[in-house]
Design a protein around this ligand. Structure first.
Ligand SMILES: [Fe+2]
Length: 440
C-alpha cells in the first residue's frame, strides 16, 4: 500500500496507512495526533514502519516508562523489517541508530533516504531535527534541498527548507520559501516560525510582530513545543522593542503553562525570563514555578542545550539542591556520551553551566573565565542562532559586569551593525558607555 506521500508501506491494513499519515502530518505539522501510532502498531505488529513511528513517539516522551515503550516498539520494528521494503528498512535502521544514540549512523540513514526515496518527507523532517540538535545547519538545508523537487506542491516541504535556509543565513530566500508555504497553507506553523527567524535576525521588529500576531490564531491546536515556541518568538520581538509588559503578558498567557513538565515548554519559559532579567526587568516570582517543574524532571542530560537552561532556572528559582546531580550527569556525558555530542557537553555545557551559576552568584570573573572558551564552540550544542543568542547576551553582560569593556563594547557595536538596530541593543550600548565612562 502507499502512504499519503506516495511511499510504499508493507501492510494490508488501511488503518495502518491512515495511522502513518496522521502521525506524519502531526510530526511535520506540529500537531498532537501521535498516540494513534501506539494503537495502530499493536493492531498491526508486522508493519515495520509503523512500529518505527511508535518508537519515534517513545523517543519524544520524557516520562519514566519511556525506556519500556521504546524497547517494545523498536524490537517489533526490527523483527518486522526483513519483510519490509528497502526504504522501510532504512527508516527502521535510522530509528534504531537514534535509539542507540549513534547519531552519525542515524543521519547517514536519513541522508540515504532523502537521496534514494525523496517521497519520504517524514524521514527528511526527522533527519533535520537530528541535525538541528547537533548544530549542523548545512545538513538541515541539505536534507530539505534533496526532497523539495518531489514535494514542490507541499507547504511543509517549503517550510522545512525555509528554516534550513534561515539557519544558513540565506535570509531572503528563507523568507520567500516561508511566505510561499504560508500562502499555500495558512496552517503551517513551522513556516511562520522560519519567517519570524528571518525578521528577528534582520531586526525587523514591527514586521515580526505583525507577521506573528496575524498568524497566531493558527497555533491553538499545535503541540506544546510549537505553540509555546511561536509565542516565544512573538514575545521576543516585543522584548527587543523594550515592550516588556507585553512580553511578560505573552509569557503568562501563552509561553508558560501549556505543558509545564515538557522540556521545550520549560526552555521557552527559561529563555524568556532570562532575557527579560538581562534587560533589567523584574520578573517577580516567576522563576520559582519554572524551577519547581525543572527540579521535578526525571529526564535530563538529553541535550547540552537543554541542561544549560535548566541550570540557570534551578539557581534563580532557589532549587540548588538539584544542581550537583544535574552537573554530575553533564560531566559524565562529556566523558561517555554519544561521540557526536561529547565535546558539546565537555567543552560547552559543563563550563557554561558553571559560568551561569557564577553569574547568578555575582562572580563575574569566574563567569567570564569559564564562558570565554565555551563560547567559541557554542554552535555544537544545537538550537537555533536566535536561541543561542541568549548565551551571547550572557557573555556580553558578564564582560560588562567584570569591567572588561575592551571586549564587550565591540560586541555590542557589532550587534548594532549586524542588523537594523533594535532598542534593546541601543540601550545596552548606552548603559555600557556610561559604565565605561564611570570607570575611566
Ligand atoms: Fe525558533
Amino acid at each position: 500500500m502507499k502512504d499519503g506521500f506516495g511511499n510504499i508501506v508493507t501492510t494490508h491494513s488501511d488503518k495502518s496507512v491512515e495511522a502513518i499519515d496522521r502521525f506524519s502530518n502531526s510530526l511535520i505539522g506540529y500537531g498532537t495526533d501521535f498516540a494513534i501510532a501506539f494503537e495502530a502498531s499493536d493492531a498491526d505488529p508486522d508493519c515495520a514502519v509503523l512500529a518505527a513511528l511508535a518508537t519515534q513517539l517513545g523517543l519524544f516522551l520524557e516520562t519514566p516508562d519511556r525506556g519500556q515503550i521504546i524497547t517494545k516498539f523498536m524490537d517489533r520494528a526490527i523483527q518486522a523489517a526483513p519483510r519490509a521494503t528497502e526504504r522501510e528498512q532504512l527508516f527502521v535502521e535510522a530509528m534504531k541508530s537514534h535509539r542507540d544514540c549513534d547519531f552519525a549512523r542515524a543521519i547517514a540513514c536519513h541522508q540515504r533516504l532523502a537521496e534514494d526515496y525523496p517521497e519520504d518527507l517524514l524521514s527528511a523532517k526527522i533527519g533535520q531535527t537530528l541535525y538541528f540538535n547537533l548544530g549542523d545547519d548545512e545538513g538541515m538545508l541539505w536534507l530539505a534541498d534533496q526532497v523539495i523537487d518531489t514535494h514542490r506542491d507541499r507547504a511543509y516541504a517549503h517550510g522545512m527548507r525555509a528554516f534550513g535556509l534561515e539557519q544558513m543565513s540565506r535570509l531572503e530566500e528563507a523568507e520567500e520559501d516561508g511566505r510561499r508555504a504560508t500562502e499555500m497553507q495558512r496552517h503551517e506553523p513551522w513556516a511562520h516560525h522560519a519567517v519570524a527567524h528571518v525578521m528577528i535576525t534582520q531586526g525587523r521588529l514591527e514586521d515580526g510582530i505583525r507577521w506573528m500576531r496575524d498568524l497566531s490564531g493558527e497555533w491553538d491546536d499545535c503541540n506544546s513545543f510549537m505553540y509555546t515556541h511561536n509565542w516565544w518568538h512573538l514575545a521576543l520581538f516585543h522584548l527587543e522593542k523594550e515592550e516588556f509588559e507585553e512580553a511578560l503578558a505573552l509569557y503568562d498567557n501563552h509561553i508558560w503553562g501549556r505543558d509545564r513538565s515538557y522540556s521545550q515548554d520549560q526552555i521557552n519559559a527559561i529563555s524568556m525570563l532570562w532575557r527579560l532579567e538581562l534587560a533589567g526587568v523584574d520578573v517577580g516570582d516567576r522563576w520559582q514555578d519554572v524551577a519547581k517543574h525543572v527540579a521535578a524532571r526525571s529526564f535530563v542530560n538529553d541535550q547540552p542545550f537543554l541542561d544549560m537552561h535548566y541550570i540557570f532556572a534551578l539557581v534563580r528559582g532557589g532549587r540548588r539542591d538539584i544542581l550537583d546531580d544535574l552537573l554530575e550527569g553533564m560531566r559524565l556525558m562529556g566523558k561517555t556520551g554519544p561521540g557526536l555530542t561529547r565535546e558539546a557537553w565537555s567543552q560547552v555545557a559543563v563550563p557554561a553551566g558553571n559560568a551561569f551559576i557564577a553569574y547568578a552568584d555575582g562572580d563575574f570573573e569566574t563567569a567570564t573565565d569559564l564562558l570565554g572558551p565555551a563560547r567559541t564552540h557554542m554552535q555544537k550544542i544545537g538550537g537555533s542562532h536566535a536561541q543561542r543568542d541568549l548565551f551571547e547576551q550572557v557573555w556580553i553582560h558578564s564582560l560588562l559586569k567584570a569591567g572588561d569593556f575592551d571586549q564587550a563594547m565591540p560586541l555590542i557595536q557589532g550587534r548594532l551593525e549586524f542588523r537594523e538596530p533594535v532598542r534593546l541593543d541601543q540601550t545596552l550600548f548606552e548603559k555600557a558607555k556610561m559604565a565605561q565612562a564611570a570607570t575611566a
